[in-house]
Design a protein around this ligand. Structure first.
Ligand code: MG
Ligand code: ZN
Length: 364
């Protein structure tokens, strides 16, 4: 009797494991949309509940994990090291873009899927040569070399890009006209506005640069640029139906954290949430798209503490009194949200480099 019970238990374990394996092996996405809220910690995500609509877009995700973000050299990462960890799977030093600790270039997820024939895109609300988007196309020892980084963008496999950075194209210290280079490389460029939905040509490459430097903050009238460009990029990259990878960055949550401005953090996070909604809507209709949402690190040590009564010093639990612990980055764990084929792989607590490992395992 005892033996039979053990045998049944063993069989149950074997059948469970094999069905789980079968699922992860066959459940592979044909597209990946990777959204990074720069500087978006759990308090910023929580702010979508208290300062946004009653239902947070983040509540739609069932597969949720946590990443630690320290770089190879520092406990507290910057966006370059963390961007590289997530795009390329290696811990490197703060400031490094797409290179390891020996400054050797390492392949990123966009390059890997481009080899498989996928289309690729990067969009951001900073300059498109800023550390986070650069981690998905450039390889350079220092994030500050934005003029060189933007040259690498035009030499890369990227088919669609949008953000700020006109000055990096035509007000350069080397005097080069990168608009000319972009046209020679087959890009259709626009510096005035995003194209109308349905107007982009299949098989063409597009670049939208809508500000001299970074895009304006939400508080200064950026409007729906990020959700709109997310939609436009998806529309364009999916036209040829050969698979696509899109990185979307809500760049300025981080800048709000550095500025210790609650309004700045909250408005940028709500805008990023709208871009997440666009990606999720597409993924739900498409059925073959993996959506992963996370941050590179937290900025500001942003909290949602109870408002403190100035006279008594006691907390007034009826109200939130947000505050900041620092005007730089923090080392807190960062949430990861995943939806679609392979999303279950993103559960658990792990290093930021595993974002790359998990994504690249799903596309092989
Ligand atoms: Mg960034
Ligand atoms: Zn920062």
């Amino acid at each position: 009797m005892k033996h039979i019970v053990i045998l049944i238990m063993a069989l149950a374990i074997v059948s469970c494991t094999s069905s789980v394996n079968a699922e992860t092996e066959t459940d592979k996405p044909s597209n990946i949309i990777f959204l990074i809220g720069d500087g978006m910690g759990l308090s910023a995500v929580s702010a979508t509940l208290y300062f946004g609509d009653e239902i947070s877009e983040f509540a739609q995700f069932k597969e949720i994990g946590l990443i630690s973000t320290s770089s190879a050299t520092e406990k507290v990462t910057d966006s370059a090291a963390s961007g590289t960890a997530m795009s390329s799977g290696k811990k490197t030093y703060n400031g490094a873009i797409g290179v390891d600790t020996t400054k050797t270039p390492i392949p990123n997820i966009a390059e890997i899927v481009a080899k498989l024939g996928w289309n690729t895109g990067v969009v951001a609300s900073s300059t498109i040569s800023h550390a986070t988007p650069a981690s998905f196309y450039a390889h350079i020892d220092n994030r500050g070399k934005e003029e060189e980084i933007i040259v690498q963008l035009l030499e890369s496999e990227i088919d669609f890009f949008a953000g700020g950075g006109i000055d990096l194209f035509n007000k350069r210290t080397d005097g080069a006209d990168l608009f000319k280079t972009a046209r020679e490389r087959g890009f259709i460029m626009d510096t005035t506005s995003l194209a109308q939905p349905g107007s982009l040509l299949s098989g063409k490459k597009y670049g939208f640069l809508l500000a001299a430097g970074g895009m304006p903050p939400m508080l200064e009238g950026r409007g729906d640029f990020l959700p709109d460009v997310t939609s436009l990029a998806i529309e364009q990259l999916s036209q040829e139906q050969k698979g696509f990878f899109l990185m979307v960055e809500g760049s300025q949550i981080d800048w709000g954290g550095h500025a210790n401005s609650v309004e700045y953090v909250v408005t940028e996070t709500l805008d990023f949430e709208n871009a997440v909604a666009v990606a999720l809507d597409f993924a739900k209709k498409d059925g073959n798209t993996l959506v992963v949402v996370t941050a590179d690190h937290e900025t500001g040590g942003f909290t949602l503490g109870a408002k403190q009564d100035e006279e008594s010093g006691y907390g007034d639990y009826k109200y939130i009194g947000s505050s900041f612990a620092t005007n730089t980055h923090s080392a807190t764990l960062i949430p990861v949200f995943a939806y679609g084929p392979g999303a279950e792989n993103f559960k658990g607590m792990y290093e930021n480099t595993e974002i790359f490992t998990k994504m690249s395992a799903l596309v092989k």
